[in-house]
Ligand binder design. Sequence first.
Ligand SMILES: Cc1cc2nc3c(=O)[nH]c(=O)nc-3n(C[C@H](O)[C@H](O)[C@H](O)COP(=O)(O)OP(=O)(O)OC[C@H]3O[C@@H](n4cnc5c(N)ncnc54)[C@H](O)[C@@H]3O)c2cc1C
Length: 540
Amino acid sequence: MLEPYKTGMLKTCDFLVIGSGLAGLAYALKVAERGHVVVISKTEAPLTNTAMAQGGIAAVMSAEDSFESHIKDTLVAGAGLCRRDIVEKVVQSAPDRVEDLIKWGVEFDIEDGSISKINLGREGGHSHRRILHVQDHTGAEIHSELLKKARSHKNIEIFEGYFAVDLILSRDFNPREVGSPRCLGAYVFNKSQKQIIEFYSRFTMLATGGAGKTYLYTSNWSGATGDGIAMAYRAGCRVANLEFMQFHPTCLYHPGERNFLITEALRGEGAELINSEGEAFTKKFHPQGSLAPRDIVARSIDAEMKRTGAECVYLDITHQSAGYLTERFPLIYKRCMQFGIDMTKQPIPVVPAAHYLCGGILTDWNSRTDIQGLLACGENACTGLHGANRLASNSLLECLVFSNNAAEYSLKNFEDFSVKTFTEHGYKNFPDQNEDEMIVISHMWDEIRRLMWNYVGIVRSNRRLSRAKTRLDNILSEVQEFYGSARLHPDIIELRNIALVAHLSVRCALKRRESRGIHYNLDYPFTSQEPLSEDTIINP
Ligand SMILES: Cc1cc2nc3c(=O)[nH]c(=O)nc-3n(C[C@H](O)[C@H](O)[C@H](O)COP(=O)(O)OP(=O)(O)OC[C@H]3O[C@@H](n4cnc5c(N)ncnc54)[C@H](O)[C@@H]3O)c2cc1C
């Protein structure tokens, strides 16, 4: 007999940060000067997409480069859907945000031992070398430095294994409240104690990352289930552009490894994509070949795999010396070797996989959402920077810029937002649950991820999308019903979230009657010119 979970604990803080990735930690470090910060993470704090980032972070750092060029590259990748004002401001603030990282202890690769000369990498879609990196494990380095700083900060508490389930709204306690509710904090499930704890705060920051796990194949960590997007939508925030899931063209293809990314930087250093017949094929699809924007490269691979019937394509960098490759890409070299693939001598088998969600919770320059006191930044936000496709290495930058903006806003408006607590418990209790139901959960998980992969993948059609929508309508109501009667468990919380985020993504995809950026629909193969394309916004 399972024990019902307990309720009733309450904690307060000034800033509640949901997520311990780059967005959450950078915000926490900036606001900690002013008050008590609680950072929660649903598993161990280092398990994040941030720590998996390989390539690096984009910023204009050399005299040969210019803001205009970075802005132009971002706008081109975004396929007419970026907000130009946002792009300009982000690009212009990038060098300052890189300075923040350096101050926090991140040591980027340098040239000739001179700290004033940072080694800049090149990636697809960038017209200059502008990617700051730490070999091929940039994200892990950034993350470990920031986490170290946060752990030792006297005003920051980090709670690991604390799972945010829903946001607490002022309306929960006053259903007759009119106008926009205020976010007061979050209902958080403590996994080890099996207890809901109510965290109350002045500001609540959603920094829960992406939603790659809505797809069968993904480069994301296993907790990338779109929780922040689902929580915000349930609370009444608008979400937008969820049809724009970027598929990374090159994830390692091996039965023993499902989500290891082969960084774009490899193509930046001359790696060529070849098909199973040994032919370099990408120039057939775009003049920039293997360095074309990601959506084009992913679609080229998809088309080539369908044409040849092969299960993967190959990335060949054997023209570079073994010494250079092991020095520049030690992580990739080591991981490939674990599977018997020696990248210095043979091409690496690769396939595309769901990688980065360009859409999310609609936010403004200060990371404000539609709900007062609720902020969102990082991959779970839709800021206007990426438009219909993200330029490589602009996402770590986005985390830094928007967490900084959010921090400035929070510090400036600190006194206007008090901490309000309610002793009356606001979250429903759950009855016991039948163990067999865990099997149902894993079936539903699998079904959602497969149908998203098959019907809402790299190439879409109206028929596939409608089929996905019909099935997801049913799944969503099954999950709701199930959730209402099941005992709280992390798998159920995540299932409820991926079902909702998948459903919202299909609704966005059906709304867009054109192909643009990473959204490609066979029934509308062209990018619409008139009227000007807009964000696909879903109102709560
Ligand atoms: C393999 C890989 C390589 C990449 N390479 C690059 C690159 O080179 N350059 C680049 O710019 N971008 C890259 N990206 C993208 C970039 O890493 C991410 O977009 C970025 O790190 C997202 O940061 P974040 O803080 O928003 O989320 P994350 O870093 O994913 O952190 C999310 C946090 O939220 C927590 N969380 C989630 N749900 C809950 C919940 N319900 N309750 C409590 N906590 C919760 C998680 O525990 C985690 O701590 C890469 C991504 C991947 C997957």
